[in-house]
Design a protein around this ligand. Structure first.
Ligand code: MGD
Ligand code: MGD
Ligand code: SF4
Ligand code: MO
Length: 714
């Protein structure tokens, strides 16, 4: 008899949080099967859910600690590696806790992330802890906290099925959150009208009722003009504005200059189309906004986010099912990483570092003496390393060499450290720069919880042992803390459940999350203040999360990208994702996914390509002020003229060689990953890219001909 076990778990890729079942044979994960009872995806998955387990038992998993000597890695015992790391962290943090920094892993369970921030705060006395949300939905956290008092998605995913009108701006969820995309299709079947706004005619735009193409970086101008139309026509919700908000008059004053003509000039959308969008959004009984990185990854990302919140409050489209402001969080557990306090300004549960009473509470709870002062963000840590002010960086499962803006700058910064510690499952581009590598157990090899984009805290289950030599993240960090002198009884856990119990003690939003209540397919959403609270997803029903319960309108001006095109660099680059790859380390190690898309490409509009004499598939040179790459061209009408696009996954033609790390959002410290000026040139001779060319066609399982999209606004 074949011994097959089925172990339920949660997909480790995007923030949709689909449930899947591992198939386990001879104690090894060998496949996945549908998890039909799961309420989020009802047994369906996208290709990553289906084939994305293939990396787990790869030969090239890291299984031995490695120490770099004279530029070469050598194998080391756990004892030697842990002592080396603990001694260095202790030496430098004793001298100045600001000289050490931590990046937490938004792919790993909450319990691991909680321990990363605890290692930073308790063992090193530093508030320098952050993670990839900074360069992802950092502007969401900052922008929605300013307007609604809480930085999270306001409604559950299923709420979208009740909407009458869906305003989807800067989100390509059919590739990036496909099982949320499925809910958009279900909403359409229920009668909702779906409108997609994006500089590219994406697979998501192709399922929309209306698609509006527009200029990158002009979202604030568009939404300000929509707000002006709504007010001029008296379509705002006066009751809602009066009873539930403040700051309306200042905002109204600011939008006055955003006439249709002015906004049309900036955005490239016809005036009557902007008017049409405003009237339809405001007239719908239940209008929902969906957005993602097209909104956030700008030097004015927080302003973009706050514009969406202004629109929702103006029309009373918040606090009800079918409405809301719905940022689609990226990483499987990036919501969790923010919740766990892997933020330089917040402890677990968004308790504020700068509030002295809160810091006093944690100082007493942990037995430490932290300052009530924010630490450095991820981008600031990298810049501090570059400047020689940060000496030790501890990276728990991130790959900044590929994912941070301006790879040259990142490599120089990492080279400048006294010690780079990387705790990883694979030898990533970042791990190669490390002084010490600590091999970690990964998905499928541990218990724990992930928190999806709709604040649903879901249990993971262990299906196989980690490869021999790889340790659980939290165990590694516990050992380091103890070696640094933290008394074992203050930093010791028998299981990830014990860590979750501590999280519940520290953060009222999780207090009611009893493990038995949690470990069901339905799981629980935070805020979950008590064990008898229903912990339902809808937020801001009767009041906002600010102390006075009011939402705050924000007066915002259009700023546009910091780096603008000029004669030398005439094309504006945006950087995105493809369905089959997820960043890099894991999906590029899954054979089935790798076979679909083998390498990167640059999308260029047919007319631009003609002017540059470039044909489809030709390898071209793309350069910015930071560097150049060789990359195959994909000539297409699906991108606005003047804009080019590179998916961010491929190290051999990495988008981030070109992007810019200098242009920050002052409100959220986001860097401008969705806009920089580049040029594209022909090579004199044929150039070969090491990996083979992509197979054509961005595939989704929805037949395009089922949908008729009207392209409006051109
Ligand atoms: N397959 C896959 N799925 C993923 C990931 C992955 O790597 N692969 N990563 C996950 C992560 S971490 C994240 S954060 C999410 C991201 O999910 P998305 O944000 O949906 O993904 P992107 O492709 O980065 O960007 C979305 C869209 O923004 C558009 N855009 C660019 N500039 C502008 C602008 O100025 N205004 C507007 N309105 N739109 C603009 C782009 O054309 C693009 O279509 O995806 C998650 N899911
Ligand atoms: N140009 C451009 N750049 C971008 C973006 C863009 O749109 N354009 N998007 C940005 C966004 S939204 C994001 S979120 C970032 C993502 O940037 P990163 O966070 O750097 O991306 P990942 O590749 O997901 O990194 C996760 C790493 O953790 C490892 N890992 C997975 N599970 C575990 C675990 O349990 N334990 C440990 N120790 N390690 C584990 C994986 O092997 C992987 O190498 O990239 C950003 N960079
Ligand atoms: S939609 Fe996201 S969570 Fe669901 S299977 Fe695909 S990658 Fe996994
Ligand atoms: Mo992200």
């Amino acid at each position: 008899m074949v011994d097959i076990k089925i172990v339920p778990t949660i997909c480790p890729y995007c923030g949709t949080g689909c449930g899947i079942n591992f198939v386990v044979k001879d104690d090894k994960i060998v496949g996945v099967e549908p998890y039909k009872r799961h309420p989020v995806n009802e047994g369906k998955v996208c290709p990553k859910g289906n084939f994305g387990y293939q990396f787990i038992n790869r030969e090239d998993r890291l299984t031995t600690p490695l120490i770099k000597e004279n530029g070469e890695f050598r194998e080391a015992s756990w004892d030697e590696a842990l002592d080396l790391v603990a001694n260095k962290l202790k030496e430098v943090s004793d001298e100045d806790p600001n000289k050490v920094g931590f990046y937490a892993c938004a792919r790993s369970p909450n319990e691991n992330i909680y321990i990363t921030q605890k290692l930073a705060r308790v063992a090193c006395g530093t508030q320098n802890v952050d993670h990839c949300a900074r360069i992802c939905h950092g502007p969401t956290v900052a922008g929605l906290a300013n307007t609604f008092g809480s930085g999270a998605m306001t409604n559950g995913f299923d709420s979208i099925k009740e909407a009458d009108y869906i305003f989807c701006i800067g989100s390509n969820n059919m590739e990036a959150h496909p099982l949320f995309g499925r809910k958009l299709i279900q909403s359409k079947k229920n009668g909702a009208k779906l409108v997609v706004l994006d500089p590219r005619f994406t697979p998501t735009a192709k399922i929309a009722d209306e698609y509006v193409e527009f200029e990158t970086g002009t979202d604030v101008a568009l939404m300000n003009a929509m707000i002006k139309v709504i007010i001029d026509k008296g379509l705002q919700d006066d009751e809602f504005i009066k009873n539930r908000t403040k700051g309306f008059e200042e905002m109204k004053e600011t939008v006055q200059k955003y006439t249709l003509d002015m906004a049309s000039e900036i955005t490239g959308i016809k005036p009557e189309v902007i008017e049409h969008l405003a009237v339809e959004y405001a007239s719908a009984d239940k209008a929902a906004i969906v957005y993602s990185l097209g909104i956030t990854e700008h030097s004015h990302g927080a302003d973009n986010v706050m514009s969406t919140a202004n629109l929702a409050m103006l029309t009373g489209n918040i606090g009800r099912e079918g409405t809301g402001v719905n940022p689609l969080r990226g990483q499987n557990n990036v919501q969790g990483a923010c919740d766990m306090g892997a933020l330089p300004s917040d402890y677990v549960g968004y308790r504020k570092v700068e509030d002295q009473e809160t810091t006093d509470w944690f100082n007493e709870y942990y037995g430490v003496n932290l300052p009530a002062k924010k630490g450095l963000t991820l981008v600031e840590m990298m810049n501090a390393a570059h400047a020689g002010d940060l000496k030790v960086l501890y990276i728990h499962g991130e790959d900044p060499v590929l994912s941070d803006a301006d790879i040259k700058h990142t490599r120089e910064a990492l080279d400048n450290l006294d010690m780079l510690i990387v705790q990883e499952c694979f030898m990533t581009d970042t791990a190669q720069c490390a002084d010490v590598i600590l091999p970690a157990a990964g998905w499928g090899e541990q218990e724990g919880t992930f928190t999806s984009g709709e604040r649903r805290v879901q249990c993971l289950h262990k299906a196989q042992e980690p490869p021999e030599g790889a340790w659980l993240d939290w165990k590694i960090m516990e050992e380091i803390a103890v070696r640094m002198g933290v008394p074992r009884e203050k930093f010791h856990y028998e299981s990830s459940e014990e860590i979750f119990d501590e999280i519940r003690e520290c953060a009222p939003i999780f207090a009611g999350m009893d493990r038995k209540r949690l470990d069901t397919p339905e799981a629980l959403h935070w805020p979950c203040p008590s064990e008898d609270d229903p912990c339902q997803p809808l937020m801001h029903k009767d009041k906002f999360a600010h102390p006075d319960g009011l939402g705050i309108f924000q007066a915002l001006e259009h700023k546009g990208p910091v780096e603008v095109v000029d004669e030398e660099y005439p094309l504006l680059l945006t950087t995105t994702r493809v369905l089959f790859h997820y960043h890099a380390a894991m999906t590029r190690r899954c054979e089935t996914l790798d076979n679909e898309v083998k390498t990167g490409f640059i999308e260029i509009n047919t007319e631009d390509a003609k002017e540059l004499d470039i044909i489809n598939g030709e390898v071209v040179k793309a350069s910015s002020r930071r560097g150049s790459i060789a990359i195959p061209a994909r000539v297409t009408d699906d991108i606005r003229k003047g804009i080019v696009n590179i998916p961010m996954h491929f190290a051999e033609c990495a988008a981030n060689v070109l992007t810019n790390s200098d242009s920050f959002d002052p409100k959220s410290k986001m860097v401008e990953l969705k806009a920089c000026a580049i040029k594209v040139e022909k090579f004199d001779e044929a150039v070969e890219i090491k990996t083979q060319l992509f197979k054509d066609g961005t595939v989704t399982d929805i037949a395009a001909e089922d949908y008729t999209t009207t392209i409006i606004g051109k």
